[in-house]
Design a protein around this ligand. Sequence first.
Ligand SMILES: [Fe+2]
Ligand SMILES: [Fe+2]
Length: 194
Amino acid sequence: MNATDILKNEHRAIEIVLNAMDAAANALEAGRDVDPALLAECLDFATVFADKCHHTKEEEGLFPLLQERGVQREQGPIGAMLHEHDEGRNLLKSIRESLDSYNTGDASATESLIESMRCYVTLLRAHIFKEDQVLFEVADAALSDKDNEQLVKTFDEIESSKIGPGVHEEYHRMLDELERRTEELTSSYRPTGT
Ligand SMILES: [Fe+2]
Ligand SMILES: [Fe+2]
């Protein structure tokens, strides 16, 4: 298994959370209540699984090794991906702040919550597409079998140090439930008979 396969699998998991955020933003915009626990779960998943774990594997594992193998950082694909990780972090901060206000009953926070979740979903979907379609193709061509082996080890170490052993698997188990709740959220405001 290439190291990029691990990252691609994680992208599929992150997309489930993006779909949940998207459905939540649509429901809020339609004036419906959304379970604060669902919103908190999406934010937690995006913060811990996507940013702290997945993005760190790229930033501390994949990207430095690609640079060593001649892939350009500044003015190149690595620099662009790093910039988007930072943008994502800023948006997560906005989501967190809006959600805190929303949870205290501040109705004016709903609009900023919708906006920041939508921006995050759009950014991450495009980011994932670029990595899957371009950067990981470059990586698969540039990295040797030994590089891949080393990266997989580095990913394991990052997982243990950033989120602790077993937590990653726990997040994957949460995803089935999140998918089910997203479907509920989407179907709950479908017009009757459709
Ligand atoms: Fe990334
Ligand atoms: Fe990624």
